[in-house]
Design a protein around this ligand. Structure first.
Ligand code: GAL
Length: 664
């Protein structure tokens, strides 16, 4: 069963999250028949100022979602107080993307459309009057005593009097999540240049320093597709003027154009807290909140007047750049506006905090789309409704495992997460960092502070260069994965459990042991599989962590092939490989098109036979929205003589450059 139903629970007095972020929910997907899910069983209650929902839960169900997390994937028994924030080292709901959507492996998902801070008790809050109370155990005698109790409900509460709630039925977690993304408008399709190699410059670099640094990259045989300018491009930053510093960049438009001619796009850092020195300040001030952030005025982005002024100011200062990095919209309590701040729209400070990042993404996407251009950028805060917006979330945490977990949880909430490269203690770690970034939504070196360059460790310079090269070769495949995100809602990067429910994490036996300092309550954790992830239809990555030269890999059901050697394999394996190789596996029948330096496509074919459709378009304009694209129907059969492939091109107003296709 598949479908989306919308319920109105209680008497919602405020606009919901989708409305406040400006999202166009695709209501044509809604079903009008009675919802066969738990809608009848969802209990609602007003308890003082809080609206409470109780959603039935079977203890065997596993729950996922509730925004970007960095420590675990499975939500059962956890409590999340969702609120936009930076990530402070704990998965407690304060995060860059606190998306109030979760999916159950029992075949459904729930999205509570409120912009207010909202708490989810994921099966641990047990009522005294529960119809099926958990059995009472005796810690003094019972070996199976547990500190976590199994409640038969998820309880959800927020300050308010009701909300619209969307229920999703899906045959798999993947289906359920895909429908959530489609409701929000489908995933984004970044421009092709955005999937290339990104590098960010030092905060104080001027035009000459940027040019010199790019020349250094070229001398090392590396092309930078996108160069990021950090705060110092502005005449004042923190608070920001959002205006060029003419001492550092005398002719910004000419400078940006020169870079563009050489194949490098420019991305500008900003935050949205406006300096008195900015030309837009006095006009914007009447549409700003009561409190400053970083000394700047905070535009009430729910007001069209504020958005229009910001948009026009960006237009005037754009100078041909291709995108923005929108920093610090996630907050940090001590830096952002307080919860009692007032905004001229009358919306609560907490609601504005939860939608701020999405509104900015939408505004900046519009800056380009109204000219028929695409953008790809970075942002520190997002939320539901952002799936169609081409931005990746980043932060200042730099833990390799947490970066991996971020890729997994992002897949469950309609956002993209970028594990950027900043620094490394050893050449080996440097390589591992690049390898992970190369298999993510954005390959980016953000070492503006340390000045580290890809050749930081000369002994692995060629491996890093090959990693960047592999990323370029994967472009057609990645681009196609994003197309599937756009049209079918399937996240391009996602954890194994999303496609293979049986590969949910097992209870980690070691974690349940009594330890009077580390684990006095014998807490049992679920060891989710987050160190492997799926990319597109048929590729699975199992990156080596720093310090590893071999690792365990769980291959999902069926036969898989080593991407590098073509060797068939299945089940759980121990995998060893040299430093330069990223463990990558391809499903039986999978086809991976690799872009060659001469523009031809080398399609690597795995298994006995297979077929796929590869999407292509101009890669940079919005013409694809009007149907301009090409489809390459690829298929292969393998026999004793080798691989026999066919390619038929379907041209829909776009002539693909992939005309020379070789099968291997
Ligand atoms: C940080 C951000 C960094 C960098 C810096 C500039 O908040 O995470 O990536 O942009 O600000 O001041």
């Amino acid at each position: 069963m598949k479908g989306i139903w919308k319920l109105r629970l209680g008497q919602p007095a405020e606009e919901g999250l989708l409305a406040l972020t400006g999202a166009c929910a695709n209501e044509s997907l809604l079903r009008s028949d009675a919802c066969p899910l738990c809608s009848a069983a969802i209990e609602c209650e007003q308890i003082r100022e809080r609206f409470v929902l109780r959603v039935p839960l079977d203890p065997a169900e596993r729950l996922y979602g509730l925004g970007l997390g960095f420590q675990s994937l499975t939500l059962n028994h956890s409590v999340r107080h969702l609120r936009t924030d930076h990530y402070g080292g704990r998965d407690n709901g304060r995060t860059h993307a606190p998306v109030p959507f979760y999916a159950s492996d029992a075949g459904y998902g729930i999205f509570v459309d409120t912009a207010e801070n909202i708490s989810f008790y994921m099966g641990g809050a047990v009522r005294t009057d529960a119809a099926v109370p958990p059995p009472e155990k005796n810690r003094g005698r019972d070996d199976d005593w547990r500190c976590d109790q199994d409640a038969r409900f998820v309880e959800i509460s927020f300050v308010g009097s009701g909300a619209e709630v969307y229920l999703f039925a899906g045959e798999s977690l993947r289906d359920t999540v895909a429908q959530f993304n489609l409701l929000c408008g489908g995933g984004c399709l970044p421009p092709k240049w955005g999937l290339g190699f990104w590098h960010r410059m030092h905060i104080r670099h001027d035009e000459a320093a940027v040019t010199a640094e790019l020349r250094e990259f070229a001398d090392h045989g590396l092309h930078v597709d996108v160069v990021g300018l950090e705060p110092g491009w502005q005449s004042n930053s923190y608070p920001c003027t959002l205006e060029w510093d003419r001492e550092r960049f005398a002719e910004p438009a000419a400078f940006v154009e020169k870079l563009r001619q050489s194949g490098t796009r420019v991305n500008l850092w900003e935050n949205s807290f406006i300096s008195r020195k900015s030309a837009v300040y006095s006009r914007l001030l009447p549409f700003c909140g009561s409190h400053q952030v970083w000394g700047g005025a905070v535009p009430d982005v729910t007001l069209p007047e504020a958005r229009e002024l910001l948009l026009r100011h960006h237009e005037e200062q754009r100078a041909g750049v291709s995108g923005y990095k929108v920093d610090e919209c996630d907050g940090y309590d001590g830096w952002l506006w307080p919860d009692h701040a007032c905004f001229p729209s009358g919306h609560s400070a907490t609601a504005i905090r939860n939608i701020f990042g999405v509104r900015l993404q939408r505004l900046l996407t519009g800056l380009f789309s109204k000219r028929g251009e695409r953008t790809y950028g970075l942002v520190r805060a997002s939320n539901a409704g952002a799936a169609p917006l081409p931005f990746c979330i980043y932060n200042d945490c730099y833990d390799f495992n947490q970066f991996l977990t971020g890729l997994a949880t992002a897949g469950f909430c309609g956002v993209l997460w970028v594990p950027e490269v900043r620094d490394a203690a050893t050449p080996e770690e440097w390589v591992r960092r690049f390898q992970l970034s190369a298999l993510s939504p954005m390959l980016m070196l953000n070492a503006w502070a340390s000045g580290a360059k890809p050749w930081k460790f000369p002994e692995v310079e060629s491996i890093v260069a090959d990693t960047i090269r592999l990323r370029r070769m994967l472009l057609p495949y990645l681009y196609n994965a994003f197309y599937t995100y756009r049209t079918e809602g399937v996240p391009p990067f996602r954890p194994l459990v999303m496609d293979y429910a049986a590969l949910r994490g097992a209870e980690d036996a070691a974690s349940g042991r009594l330890d009077d300092t580390d684990n006095p309550y014998e807490l049992c954790e679920v060891a989710d599989i987050v160190d492997q992830f799926l990319i597109g239809d048929c590729l699975m990555a199992a990156p080596m962590l720093p310090g590893q030269s071999e690792r365990d890999v769980i291959l999902p059901p069926g036969r898989w092939y080593d991407f590098h050697t073509g060797e068939p394999m299945s089940g759980s394996i121990r995998y060893a490989c040299p430093l330069e190789r990223i463990p990558l596996f391809v499903k039986e029948g999978g086809m991976i098109p690799l872009l060659q330096p001469d523009g031809s496509l080398l399609v690597r074919c795995f298994g006995a036979h297979g077929s796929c459709t590869l999407y292509d378009d101009d890669g940079e304009t919005t013409a694809y929205e009007n149907g301009c694209h090409a489809l390459l129907h690829l298929s292969f059969v393998r026999n004793e003589q080798g691989v026999h492939g066919t390619c038929t091109i379907e041209d829909h107003g776009w002539q693909t450059a992939y005309t020379n296709v070789i099968f291997h």
